[in-house]
Design a protein around this ligand. Structure first.
Ligand code: AMP
Length: 417
């Protein structure tokens, strides 16, 4: 059954506990924490504005970083309150705690349409432990609950799950915010019965991270395109040589099973037929883990199915990019998760950018394109193409778990329509 949305409600005069995702990147400048990228704040504005238009009294809760139960000043949400006030054009009250007397007093004095942001919920260990007493304390100020933090919905924490259960038990409404509602629509409903042909593009580092998604999508997809380091585990499973490429030798059986399932179901399963390869050279510099930093030298196209022993595959090659483009342009529904290569280095972003452009072109021709979060979103934004796809998920881990078909605790706790 569908989850209740704030569009189904009128929360006038009620104190609404809104879980948002304000885990924004910050940086210290002249002794002050400054927000580097306010995208996550911007994305909550439609929900907040809709609630304000209803006359709700907003109590916003979020986490920032991993303070591990300590009051870590660099992870305070105070700068977010100022930024939000700026962006929404209204005052935003801030209390330097997420529960207790001060919170109750400020929340009690809110008028219709007022906004209060609470301090980082992860200043308490009980948040991640989903401690029931802690959740009760958080829920004390809430008449209703709204979750707009899809990116945190795969965790059963107090502010994402516990509070909703308590509010629901009291007879209060627990609804999805507009951002959450869109995530459920595109990653859920739209992929339930996708318009065909349905083309799935998967990349990134590891097969093990995405095998459950592959397995589930093999039931629905017409074509699956695999790039990134993930492809090398499939190539190894097929008996090809992968040189020094990032690979999971213990996952070849899983890869084989996926290839067999694709064959049995008549799903076209395309792997790279050429690659960009490099020679890796150890430098004197060490990374954070104390391991030598590797330098990639002599990038070139390897048109062979096998990668030479001393070389590493870092991107799909030009022939593969053309084949992937052709498949993508024939799609009516596209799901993309994961880069085709080490796209952080622009020399190896060519395959990822080619896929991004193909997805954009297919969208312009009428296909629905759904980007399953994480690095594919980063790659599209970096290429300036983010606004030319149908939907980009705001989740990373949450998107993957949802695509696997898992029930997300933060979603499960919301009221049914
Ligand atoms: P994921 O989080 O699983 O989507 O993986 C994303 C990461 O995979 C990115 O940081 C890429 O640099 C990395 N990646 C993609 N292709 C390769 C490759 N051929 N070799 C090593 N890393 C890769």
């Amino acid at each position: 059954m569908a989850k209740l949305s704030i569009r189904d409600l009128n929360l006038r005069g009620l104190r609404v506990f809104v879980r948002v995702d304000y885990n924004v990147p910050m940086e210290e400048q002249d002794g002050q924490m400054v927000i580097n990228d306010a995208t996550r704040i911007k994305e909550t504005l439609p929900t907040l504005e809709a609630l304000i238009a209803q006359g709700a009294r907003l109590i916003l809760a979020a986490h920032l970083g991993r303070p591990k139960g300590q009051r870590e000043p660099s992870m305070s949400l105070r700068p977010v309150a100022a930024k939000l006030a700026d962006m929404i054009g209204r005052p935003v009250a801030f209390v330097d705690d997420c529960l207790g007397e001060k919170v109750e007093k400020t929340a009690g004095a809110l008028k219709d349409g007022d906004i209060l942001l609470l301090e980082n919920v992860r200043y308490y260990d009980e948040e991640e432990a989903n401690d029931p007493t802690f959740a009760e304390k958080l829920a004390k100020v809430a008449d209703a609950y709204v979750n707009d933090a899809f990116g945190a919905a795969h965790r059963a924490h107090a502010s994402t799950e516990g509070v909703a259960r308590i509010v629901g038990k009291r007879g209060g409404k627990c609804a999805a915010g507009l951002l959450m509602e869109r995530e459920l629509k595109f990653l859920g409903d739209e992929l339930e019965k996708p318009a065909k042909p349905f083309v799935v593009i998967l990349g990134g580092a590891k097969v093990s991270d995405k095998i459950k998604v592959i397995d589930r999508l093999l039931e629905k997809a017409d074509t699956i395109l695999i790039g990134g380091a993930m492809a090398y585990t499939f190539k190894l499973a097929q008996g090809f040589k992968v040189g020094k490429s990032l690979v999971e030798p213990d996952k070849t059986d899983v890869a084989k099973a996926a290839l067999e399932k694709a064959k049995a179901r008549g799903v076209q399963f395309l792997l790279p037929t050429d690659n960009t390869i490099v020679t890796t050279v150890k430098t004197d510099k060490l990374n954070k883990k104390g391991k030598p930093i590797m330098e990639f030298t002599n990038p070139r196209t390897n048109a062979e199915a096998n990668i030479p022993d001393a070389e590493e595959g870092v991107d799909i090659g030009p022939k593969t990019a053309v084949a992937f483009r052709e498949a993508i342009l024939g799609a009516k529904t596209i799901l993309w998760n994961g880069p085709m290569g080490i796209f952080e280095d622009k020399r190896f972003a060519i395959g990822t950018n080619a896929v991004a452009q193909a997805v954009v072109d297919a969208t312009a021709k009428g296909a629905k394109s759904i980007i399953g979060g994480g690095d594919s979103v980063k790659a599209l934004n970096k290429a300036g193409l983010g606004d030319q796809v149908t939907f980009m998920s705001t989740g990373g881990g949450a998107s993957l778990e949802f695509l696997e078909g898992a029930v997300l605790p933060g979603v499960a706790a919301l009221s049914e329509k």
